[in-house]
Design a protein around this ligand. Sequence first.
Ligand code: HEC
Ligand code: HEC
Ligand code: HEC
Ligand code: HEC
Length: 213
Amino acid sequence: MGLINKLWGTLRRPHQKFALGLLLGVGFLGGVIFFLVFHFTMNATNSMDICISCHEMEGVYEEYKESKHYSSPSGVRATCSDCHVPNGKTFGDYIDKFLAKLTIGSKDIFHHMIGTYPTREAFEKDRWHLAQNVLKDMRARDSKECRHCHSFEAMDMEEQDKSAARKHKRVMESADKTCVDCHTGIAHKEPKEPESEKGKAEEKPAESSGAAK
Ligand code: HEC
Ligand code: HEC
Ligand code: HEC
Ligand code: HEC
């Protein structure tokens, strides 16, 4: 209480304009610093080094390094977070990204801490489920992650093989499917459905790359 009275006192004395200006200035500076730290954290946690500090031993990284998304004639690389964190330029995209980090990030750290996957075998056993989580999220966002780089509009369909062009044209018009309905296993080995899960219709794995109808 004493402190508030004192503060009021300072504000009401003749130098109140100065005091108010100081308060506003400090507030503004605090805002800028907060924004910079926040922005830096959002970017730093997107870096591949952070992801592979935990995900290196399971094979997802090795498989990715064999893929076209790691190395290709065009020299454009998609990093882990390009595909696993929704990216974009609008404010809404930024909120999506923040929420994804908050939920996925805290889940990753939690499972790491309690040691959910002590061995590679344990990870392999659960991989199909993890893959389904990823695909479910991607479908829910209509493969927004992929569309950050790819778009039907920018595709030279004349140059694509006939079946790809035919399918892409159809999907472009009807929007009845999304990228990951047809393209799975593009950065890691194709997820394999365990015998025990077969027949559970709603969790059917997506059609694999190239094998699409
Ligand atoms: C502190 C260790 C740690 C870090 C850092 C980490 N992960 Fe994970 N991640 C895990 C663990 C443990 C799981 C298994 C979680 C589970 O069982 O749900 C996991 C699961 C996943 C999954 C499986 C899908 C899911 O949501 O369940 C994806 C995709 C993933 N991480 C991507 C990333 C990416 C991309 C980064 C870097 C931006 C990253 N992880 C950083 C430990 C980590
Ligand atoms: C950071 C940009 C980027 C993102 C994000 C991205 N891609 Fe790609 N993708 C590329 C580039 C560049 C190539 C071309 C590589 C080459 O020159 O062949 C490519 C190639 C492909 C290919 C053909 C080669 C192959 O591996 O079969 C498919 C299919 C594909 N992407 C699908 C996807 C899907 C599905 C997603 C989302 C899960 C996605 N991409 C996310 C940049 C990206
Ligand atoms: C209905 C199924 C289907 C959907 C949906 C679909 N594709 Fe394809 N796509 C194919 C088939 C089939 C091919 C040819 C075989 C292959 O490369 O997998 C192909 C090929 C590609 C290629 C390689 C082209 C080349 O000639 O190098 C890229 C890149 C690609 N698709 C990206 C995408 C992206 C991004 C989306 C979502 C915006 C998407 N596809 C949606 C079926 C589909
Ligand atoms: C081109 C997009 C793309 C890139 C780049 C990518 N992933 Fe994935 N990831 C996927 C897709 C799509 C799935 C869903 C399963 C599938 O189709 O392979 C997946 C699945 C996963 C899973 C679940 C387990 C599994 O094997 O399916 C983990 C963990 C994971 N990714 C981590 C990573 C890490 C770590 C990196 C970087 C070293 C990375 N991913 C790079 C697209 C990508």
